[in-house]
Write a protein that binds this ligand. Structure first.
Ligand code: MRU
Length: 352
């Protein structure tokens, strides 16, 4: 199934430009940024106009396409050298979500098979389109696998936005809600608002409501009480990087939710495409955690809510240790514990 032109989508490739859904303007305005250069893509990633691990990777891959299409010389070795520089430039836009590095590395590798610049441009374009297409299929499979952990009528909880607009389509943690709806199931979800940038209220609540899914918004400090009193069947979240031992980086506040879920005996599920599993990162301690501008904490909607000059700590992500994760749901199936031994097997099966 592919997206039609009226469906909301985070990244649309238009040959000589990209349309990026401006997620900073949601839910008030549904507008697309018209992006024509790689530096504009870098900016859009850094400023969270496009965000969510898979969507960042897709946007960056197309950033390299835009650059390649604008390349003027026919010297293939200079092309490769400059492509690597552009790769490194995009890699500096955000540090935590491994999908960014995974996607642009794929593009770089694809270009190596070229025998001319023209050929390289075409290989790069095909690879970016493939990354986007595969992500849609991957998310759908994650949704289907996740449903096997759930029952019709379940109420769940999530944080941040791991939905269709954070991916090519369907999302990861939100995919089961869409697949459930197709099957005629009724799942409901409590969405944590997700301070400081409010991806939960601005994006998840908007996205699910627009798609007719039963969503209730809470502030982050209401999570424990809601988990305890609302018969929540499970917490399900997305992720930005899963280390080889299963430790998982996701939006700040995720670790707190995992601790609460553990204390209350509620399963805690991580929905993760294999593109987010980074076997080269041994443990969560090795995952770089992005720190973002103080203004995200001192201001809401441009209005100051903290005293001038206050010291601010603003980590965008935290790491949930593997021991708090009941299962990791991937497109290749579900892993429950023993992540260090089980996660590599998913990749082995992929290459068979
Ligand atoms: O800072 P963001 O909005 O890019 O953070 C996004 C998240 O933490 C998501 O949960 C994660 O990237 C998974 S998106 C399918």
């Amino acid at each position: 199934m592919s997206l039609n032109d009226t469906e909301i989508s985070s990244v649309r490739y238009k040959g000589d430009h990209l349309l990026l859904l401006d997620q900073q303007q949601l839910p008030e305005h549904t507008v697309y940024l018209n992006v024509t250069t790689i530096s504009h893509v870098w900016d859009a990633i850094a400023k969270l106009n496009v965000r969510g691990a898979p969507a960042i990777g897709i946007a960056a891959a197309f950033g390299l396409v835009l650059w390649a299409k604008q390349y003027k010389s026919s010297d293939l070795s200079s092309f490769h050298a400059e492509l690597k520089e552009q790769h490194d430039y995009l890699a500096s836009s955000r540090p935590t979500a491994v999908n960014l590095f995974w996607a642009i590395r794929r593009v770089l590798e694809a270009a190596k098979k070229a025998d001319s610049v023209e050929h390289a441009v075409s290989l790069i374009e095909s690879e970016a389109l493939l990354i986007q297409k595969e992500d849609e299929e991957t998310c759908r499979r994650i949704g289907e696998h996740a449903l096997s952990l759930l029952q019709n009528g379940d109420a769940l909880m999530t944080i941040c936005n791991a939905g269709g607009i954070a991916t090519a389509r369907y999302g990861t943690a939100l995919a089961p809600f869409y697949i459930a709806k197709e099957k005629g199931w009724e799942l409901s979800v409590y969405a944590n608002e997700t301070r400081p940038v409010l991806q939960g209220s601005r994006l998840t609540a908007w996205e699910l409501q627009a798609n007719g899914i039963d969503v209730t918004l809470i502030t982050d400090n209401m999570a424990a009480h809601t988990l305890k009193t609302k018969n929540i069947a499970a917490v399900i979240v997305g992720c930005d990087r899963v280390a080889a031992n299963g430790d998982t980086a996701n939006k700040i506040g995720t670790f707190g939710l995992a601790l609460q879920a553990k204390a209350l005996g509620i399963p805690f599920y991580v929905a993760s495409p294999l593109s987010t599993v980074d076997l080269a990162t041994e443990t969560g301690d090795d995952i770089p955690i992005e720190e973002r501008p103080a203004e995200e904490v001192t201001h809401i909607g441009g209005k100051r809510i903290a005293p001038e000059g206050i010291k601010v700590f603003n980590p965008a992500f935290d790491v949930t240790p593997a021991q708090y994760i009941s299962a990791i749901v991937t497109e290749k199936g579900i892993v429950k514990g023993d992540y260090k031994n089980q996660l590599p097997k998913l990749f082995e099966e992929e290459t068979r």
